[in-house]
Design a protein around this ligand. Structure first.
Ligand code: SF4
Length: 76
């Protein structure tokens, strides 16, 4: 199991995460920031747990984010 932790307030709306992982990321039409699909907001840190099959695209999104606000946590 892996977890994405996303600090949404720091997003600059570049859209790179959506290109890297369209299944999990979408740009918001409201404020122009990225939304992490199915995530829960815990004090500004949006978090979602994923299955192994989404691991590769999750790491891709984290790698392309210029703000480095997408963090991947691995859980046993
Ligand atoms: S790549 Fe990072 S800064 Fe760009 S839209 Fe996605 S979360 Fe925001």
């Amino acid at each position: 199991m892996i977890k994405i932790i996303y600090r949404r307030s720091k997003c600059i709306g570049c859209g790179s995460c959506v290109e890297a992982s369209f299944r999990r990321w979408r740009m918001s039409g409201k404020d122009g920031k990225a939304n992490l699909i199915d995530a829960r907001n815990k004090n500004g840190y949006h978090q979602v747990e994923l299955n192994e099959e989404e691991k590769e695209s999750a790491y891709k999104a984290a790698a392309v984010c210029p703000e480095k606000i997408i963090v991947i946590q691995t859980k046993k």
